[in-house]
Design a protein around this ligand. Structure first.
Ligand code: PEP
Ligand code: MN
Length: 337
């Protein structure tokens, strides 16, 4: 942390600042310039920069290291690659996940999976615990839904991704699910993240509706710091003033997160746009921008879907998209199954 003092401040102000940072476990290095005195505070501890800003004579406080450590490229320069059912996310790999928003019935999963297996889908998505804005909307089939999901996936030799909303659901999810998803609304459910740090299955954290990249990385840090190294980040659109699309898909997530973190970055163009016809263009753009994976909603009969039908692709549309992605991926150095 760099602390710049105001020009001409009395020596006592500088000493007070040094005393303060040292009392918080930092080593202080002072550079006395012609105009300004700058104090470099070096240490592993965390400190709220505002506490220093309020001290007399302080002009500016600049943090030079990130508050996340294990998620950072400084800690691990090489990309983390996460493999599930032969599908790899990260490094030179692009992984794909597809399936309906929610588990509705075994028949629905069976039909969707039967179509998707022809497009080489190896990881099936579907939520059994659903975070719904309205308490009157379909809330998901719960553990019974997870069992159906597992059964359908096994029939087609697929792995599964599904959302875990609270600590009490972890046990069931661990039993049936291969990648546990933390939804956008739960990105900062720190107790849930802490518990997920203890499991040994990959955890995909979706960016909150109004979360900064740093906050997303801090959430990843919760899972990493408890010993679970398999964390995937997912950009799924943020809330902006725009009303045409459901959310604003922030593809900057890819170059921004990949520069500062070694964790794989996935894109969810379904929730990111909310409209079926916008899903393929944004998926192509995400692949071109170097994402490590896509999670896409597909339903065998989107018009009859209980949840998110408008943003779900028909299986034939997914197949066309898959063939397009296969052509784009190698251009950006990515291999795809
Ligand atoms: C979902 O994947 O169906 C979902 C609810 O996602 P999000 O948390 O991004 O809204
Ligand atoms: Mn959905």
């Amino acid at each position: 942390m760099l602390i710049t003092m105001r020009p001409g401040v009395p020596k006592e102000n500088v000493e007070k600042v040094i005393e303060f940072v040292e009392s918080r476990g930092f080593a202080a290095h002072t550079i006395v310039g012609e105009i300004n005195t700058v104090i470099g505070a070096v240490g592993e501890k965390t400190i709220d920069p505002r506490d220093i800003e309020l001290l007399e004579g302080v002009a500016e406080v600049i943090r030079i290291t990130s508050s996340y450590k294990l998620a950072s490229r400084t800690f691990q320069p090489e990309d983390t690659v996460i493999e599930v059912n032969g599908v790899k996310f990260g490094g030179d790999h692009l992984g794909l996940i597809a399936g309906p928003c929610t588990v509705e019935s075994f028949e629905q999963l069976d039909k969707t999976a039967a179509a998707l297996v022809k497009s080489n889908v190896k990881i099936l998505r579907a939520g059994a615990f659903k975070p719904r804005t309205s308490p009157y909307a379909f809330q998901g089939l719960g553990e019974e839904g997870l069992q159906m999901l597992r059964e359908a996936a096994d029939k087609y030799s697929m792995a599964v991704t599904s959302e875990v909303m609270e600590i009490s659901q972890i046990e069931a999810c661990e039993k049936y699910v291969d990648i546990l998803q933390v939804g956008a609304r739960n990105m900062q459910n720190f107790n849930l993240l802490r518990e997920l740090s203890k499991i040994r299955k990959p955890v995909m954290i979706k960016r909150g509706l109004a979360a900064t990249f740093e906050e997303l990385l801090m959430s990843a840090e919760y899972v990493l710091s408890g010993g679970n190294k398999q964390v995937l980040l997912c950009e799924r659109g943020i809330r902006t003033f725009e009303r045409v699309t459901r959310n604003t898909l922030d593809l900057c997530a890819i170059p921004v997160l990949k520069k500062v973190s070694h964790l794989p970055v996935l894109i969810d163009p379904s929730h990111g746009t909310g409209l079926r016809d916008k899903v393929a263009p944004m998926s192509r753009a995400a692949v071109a921008a170097g994402c490590d994976g896509l999670i896409i909603e597909v339903h065998h009969e989107p018009d009859k879907a209980l949840c998110d039908g408008a943003q779900s692709l028909y299986p034939s549309q997914y197949d066309t998209l898959y063939n397009e992605i296969k052509q784009i991926a190698p251009i950006v150095g990515k291999t795809i199954l």
